[in-house]
Design a protein around this ligand. Structure first.
Ligand code: AMP
Length: 182
């Protein structure tokens, strides 16, 4: 399953609930990049600059990182919850190539309006949550990631979930969509 939504839509929080409930493996490309940055790897350093500007890390790098991760045994056994990937049409194409036929069961768009995510991000105060960084990330989301919603809809696997509300209310909405599929 893929979870989509603007930055600050609560994806990370809901992913933790989803892993707890369904036992799938959470793969967050943002978390992977932040970990690489903390370790001080070459990738982490290069990605860090892009992340601070709110820019996207190039597709070929992201596609390589995700392909490597998806090939691991834990994912083959338990299934994956992809968070933050794909973010561009090129990444979506690469994902299809990485998965076997029918490998993608569901794409959820956790829908939260721009005004709400902006104020949430200002409050959480992550290093890349500067006003410029937030504006840039939201702009890129609308330009590059939002069009993916149409692509997932064409595959017949897109569900839109209202992401405004209490954490457990939003999670209940997710469960109502996922449970009938298992
Ligand atoms: P996130 O935690 O998903 O908001 O990601 C934080 C930052 O990591 C983004 O602003 C991008 O700079 C970078 N990033 C994460 N995932 C991707 C991706 N799939 N493609 C390109 N850049 C990414």
């Amino acid at each position: 399953m893929v979870i989509l939504g603007r930055q600050g839509s609560g994806k990370g929080t809901q992913c933790a609930h989803l892993v707890g409930q369904y036992g799938c493996v959470h793969v967050s490309t943002g978390d992977m990049l932040r970990a690489a940055r903390e370790e001080g790897t070459a990738l982490g350093i290069a990605a860090g600059e892009l992340m601070d500007r709110g820019d996207l890390v190039p597709d070929d790098i992201m596609n390589g990182i995700v392909a490597e991760r998806l090939a691991k045994d834990d994912i083959l056994a338990a299934g994956v919850l992809l968070d933050g990937f794909p973010r561009t049409p090129d990444q979506a194409d690469a994902l299809v190539a990485m998965l076997s036929d029918g490998g993608l069961d569901l794409a959820v768009n956790l829908d939260v309006p721009v005004e709400v995510v902006t104020s949430r991000m200002m409050e959480r105060g992550r290093a890349d949550d500067t006003p410029e960084g937030i504006a840039r990330r939201l702009e890129l989301y609308e330009a590059q990631t939002a069009p993916l919603l149409a692509w997932f809809a064409e595959q017949g696997i897109l569900e839109v979930v209202d992401g405004v509300g209490a954490e457990d209310e939003v999670f209940a909405r997710l469960q109502a969509i996922i449970d009938p599929l298992i």
